[in-house]
Ligand binder design. Structure first.
Ligand code: ZN
Ligand code: ZN
Length: 127
C-alpha cells in the first residue's frame, strides 16, 4: 500500500517535471519568436527610412547643375574633393548651390548625397 503511494507520488512528480520542462521550452520558443519578430520589424523600419532618405537625395541630385569641366574656367579646384582624382576635360561635373566653385564628379556627389545632404567642402545643407 505504502509502496503504491510512493510510486504514485514519484510518477506525479515526474509528470510535473515534464510539464515544467515543456512550459519552459514553450517560453524559450516564444521568446525566440518574439526576438525574431522584433528584429524583422526594426530592419523593415530601417530599410524604409533609408530608402526614403535616398529617394529625397536622388531628387536633390536631379535638381543640381550639371556642366562639363573646363580647366580654363575652373582653376580653383582641379580635383574632386570626394575621390581626390583630377577632373578630365569636358567631364560631367555637378556644382552645388552653396558655391559655384564647389563642384564634384557626378557619381561621387550622388554617392555622397545618399549618405548625407551637405556640401563636402563647406558643410552647407543642400535642399
Ligand atoms: Zn570624384
Ligand atoms: Zn559648398
Amino acid at each position: 500500500m505504502s509502496l503504491y503511494i510512493v510510486r504514485l507520488l514519484t510518477e506525479s512528480q515526474f509528470l510535473t517535471g515534464i510539464m515544467l520542462i515543456n512550459l519552459l521550452y514553450g517560453y524559450i520558443i516564444m521568446l525566440k519568436i518574439t526576438i525574431i519578430i522584433i528584429i524583422l520589424v526594426v530592419s523593415l523600419i530601417m530599410c524604409c527610412v533609408s530608402r526614403k532618405r535616398m529617394h529625397i537625395n536622388s531628387k536633390i541630385a536631379k535638381k543640381l547643375l550639371r556642366i562639363p569641366y573646363s580647366s580654363e574656367y575652373m582653376k580653383s579646384n582641379k580635383d574632386c574633393a570626394i575621390c581626390t582624382t583630377q577632373f578630365e576635360e569636358n567631364q560631367q561635373i555637378i556644382t552645388l548651390p552653396c558655391d559655384p566653385r564647389h563642384y564634384f564628379h557626378e557619381a561621387c556627389i550622388r554617392d555622397w548625397l545618399d549618405i548625407r545632404s551637405s556640401c563636402p567642402i563647406c558643410r552647407t545643407n543642400i535642399n
